[in-house]
Design a binder for this molecule. Sequence first.
Ligand SMILES: Cc1cc2nc3c(=O)[nH]c(=O)nc-3n(C[C@H](O)[C@H](O)[C@H](O)COP(=O)(O)OP(=O)(O)OC[C@H]3O[C@@H](n4cnc5c(N)ncnc54)[C@H](O)[C@@H]3O)c2cc1C
Length: 436
Amino acid sequence: MKESFDLVIIGGGILGTSISYFLSFLNKSKKIAVIEQEKKVAHHTSGRNTGKVHAPYLYNPEKKKLFANAAFHGYEMWKEYSKQQNLPFKEDGVIEVALDEKGIKVLEKYLKWGKQNGLNEKDIELIDKTELKKIEPEIKCESALYVHRDGSTDYSTLTNAIMKDSEKNGINFLFKNKINQIKKIKDKWEITINDNEKIYSNFLINAAGGQAIDIAHNIGIAKNLTDVHFRGEYWKTPKKYHNLTKTSVYSVPEFPDYPFLDPHWIVRVDGSCEIGPNAVPVFSPYGYDTAENVKEFIPKILEMVNSGARKIIFDKDFQELAFSEIQSSMSKSRMVERVRKFLPKIDSKEITVKGTAGIRSSVIDEKGKFVPDVILLDEDSSFHILNYNSPGATGALPFAVYVINQLHEKGLFENEDIHAQCGPWKFNEIVERLEK
Ligand SMILES: Cc1cc2nc3c(=O)[nH]c(=O)nc-3n(C[C@H](O)[C@H](O)[C@H](O)COP(=O)(O)OP(=O)(O)OC[C@H]3O[C@@H](n4cnc5c(N)ncnc54)[C@H](O)[C@@H]3O)c2cc1C
């Protein structure tokens, strides 16, 4: 294969596919490809998550500004798209519960953040335990945040639908093509795929999820950053538990400074219920099983000790948290216990089937600190999206618009029609919404 493209998007997750979706409407002349190592889109994190369309109340408006803004607009956009395409989307809300005084203070902070991030009085409200009992009699708590503007969907189905639209409009999806190496040869990128084939591109967008850092390192940038991977595991609950609550229930995380969220009670879009996810440290963005983790153990440890991540490895609080998460992976009842604190009716003996685990890759800087927001690196003829984590699926459509608009302003898509109708939206109107 010696094909040449104007633009290659690396990664057929929800983000890479969303970028291709908008470009497929705007672009009239460029040859564009999405390169994906698996045989379908959303094979990894985008198809292995909680399926919530998150309201932006959990995100500090200063530290997670980009994520919060994208999530705020993503809700309406997925709702509109799902309606137009007849895809699953439920406006079922979410409840965040506090189990003690300390937790109530956190809920008050979340209410403030939610409003700063665009939610209004009708979208989010703080209610006391008596009020909550009337709505969700099985839930035990001291206070709750009822978030009405929150929903459930199936992100595999959504990603697949936007891929089909992109393909119809001329984007090439090259599946089963793993990128091994990228080199600049004169003014073009030479991309080695499946170990020996070469393709060429003028421009690259790196949306490789858990491998985005590796791709950036491969072309010699972001060397001060590394990542750590956490496997989020789920347990499916039996049918008799499916009507215990009307909505999903989250509890205030015990350690809000770490990217470990306490497992939730999840009501999926099809009505089934699960418990999860925890956050077990693993050694690969695809470390679903022991074989992959054993294979990647030594290279990952070497990478970590030679980067800012070594500070994390030797941090006592982190070690304690990691140990507790590993225990929750080895012992189902430990994980169920965390949900039983607010939903006492469930019994771990009745819960026997594992759900589909997904892996989150969090970026750590040279000081050994987790980076809270998404990182955008605008390099010479390449653009890199690193640390694209929760609520990345919710925000994927507006975030794709944001990225394309940045490149347009830089001159990359200057000939494209930014007033184009892209499915239910006009591109420039979304840009205006994001800038408000
Ligand atoms: C447990 C868990 C629960 C979550 N729950 C939610 C939720 O409820 N709501 C929400 O909004 N967000 C949630 N998220 C976050 C959300 O799922 C992610 O932010 C989002 O899916 C990231 O999408 P992506 O396209 O960047 O990455 P990915 O889905 O990982 O896609 C990247 C793609 O790049 C491909 N790729 C990588 N390297 C190469 C290579 N070298 N060659 C070719 N292809 C390559 C991969 O195969 C992959 O398909 C959750 C995340 C986790 C881990």
